[in-house]
Design a protein. Structure first.
Length: 125
């Protein structure tokens, strides 16, 4: 006569399958976390660049302005580096209505990190 076999517990195969599923789940969570952290860093840098562009716009609004500048190259007195990540350039041009169009452009310095450009344009009297 054979005795009853004890079927309580898991087999090795069931344990391996469960471990694989847990590892796959953790890998998905970790990849999601890295994407979230990267997005948060880009968002923080974009917010800082936007604030710096607005500060320059306010500074230009409250000071005497002369036409000039370039958004593609560093023109004397029309660019600065407020942070190591961005170069800030501005261009002032007279328009037909007797006012001036002012453009402030924040350009990322590093090519390794994907950072967006920030461009603000306004018309001033």
């Amino acid at each position: 006569m054979r005795g009853k076999t004890d079927t309580k517990g898991f087999t090795i195969i069931e344990c391996v399958i469960a471990m694989v599923l847990v590892v796959v789940g953790f890998m998905a969570i970790f990849s999601l976390l890295t994407v979230c952290i990267r997005t948060e860093v880009i968002s923080r840098e974009l917010s800082a660049a936007n604030s710096l562009a607005r500060l320059k716009m306010e500074e230009l609004k409250n000071s005497p302005r002369s036409s000039g500048g370039s958004l593609t190259s560093d023109a004397t007195n029309y660019f600065d580096n407020p942070t190591f990540r961005y170069t800030r350039r501005w261009q002032i041009s007279a328009d037909s209505m007797g006012s001036q169009t002012v453009v402030v452009l924040m350009t990322p310095n590093s090519s390794g990190v994907i950072l967006p450009e920030v461009r603000l344009t306004t018309r001033m009297n």
